[in-house]
Ligand binder design. Structure first.
Ligand code: ATP
Length: 236
């Protein structure tokens, strides 16, 4: 479904991704883990067209999308929940969802998807008319995910969905991610600092270090790897 080949992405002189190759198959949850500054966010930005790689190719659903603008890629069923959520604080919950559906022209479909979002996150329904910016971090993360689902994505890119959330919200968000995958067949690429939770729901994983893939394989094998345990899972 998604294939990155020898990707090099820069911020000016900073060489953030150094020949990264990875793939995500339809129906999978794939975790991308790594420390601060490893390049996880840059990888998602490169996939969704927010950044253009200097070298290498991104292929999505069999087409080369390197250099294709974000909104065009999104129109083909890819949705990106960015780091830090970025909901619209001055808009209500419902308005945030409507904005997420700006590429969906059929009003009935938009309303159906809003109701699906409310079914998935009943807490958002209770807060339908509340301003996004006045909600808790966990609620904003739910809204960010529900907004990304308004385009009924085939591939969902999630950047640190558990960041800054209380344990209860972390559980709820991971539960939803698993349900989206199982019940709707949504393919998911999950970037996480919370490596143990991510490896717990993913089938496969990649470990990124200073812009390069250091390790890849079945999530269970990565979780059992001694260097991974020491570096990312808090083992002594
Ligand atoms: P974190 O978990 O801390 O967000 P990350 O793995 O997502 O880390 P990236 O944000 O992708 O890492 O950063 C990769 C590298 O690119 C880092 O060296 C970072 O300093 C650099 N970088 C990221 N954003 C910018 C930017 N806007 N301008 C310049 N350099 C950047």
């Amino acid at each position: 479904m998604l294939e990155l080949r020898d990707i090099h992405t820069y911020y000016g002189q900073i060489h953030a991704l150094k020949g990264l190759s990875m793939n995500v198959n339809q129906g999978e949850i794939v975790a991308l883990i790594g420390g601060n500054g490893a390049g996880k966010t840059t990888t998602l930005r490169t996939i969704s067209g927010m950044m253009k790689p200097k070298q290498g190719s991104v292929s999505y659903l069999g087409q080369n999308v390197s250099g294709v603008p974000s909104h065009t890629i999104m129109g083909r069923g890819m949705s990106h929940v960015p780091e830090g959520r970025r909901i619209f604080p001055q808009l209500t919950v419902r308005e945030n969802l409507e904005v997420g559906a700006y590429t969906v022209s059929n009003k009935k479909t938009v309303e159906e998807r809003i109701q699906e979002g409310f079914a998935l996150f009943p807490r958002l329904k209770e807060r339908e008319t509340q301003l996004g910016g006045t909600m808790s971090g966990g609620e904003q993360q739910m809204l960010a995910i529900a907004r990304a689902l308004m385009v009924a994505p085939k591939l969902l890119l999630l950047d640190e969905p558990s960041m800054g959330l209380s344990p209860l919200f972390v559980e709820a968000i991971f539960d939803i991610i698993e349900r989206l995958n199982k019940e709707r067949g949504t393919t998911i690429l999950l970037v996480e600092q919370n490596a143990s939770m991510a490896l717990g729901i993913a089938q496969r994983a990649y470990v990124l270090q200073t812009g390069e893939i250091k390790l890849s394989g079945q999530a269970a094998d990565i979780a059992a790897d001694e260097t991974v345990r020491k570096a990312y899972l808090g083992d002594e």
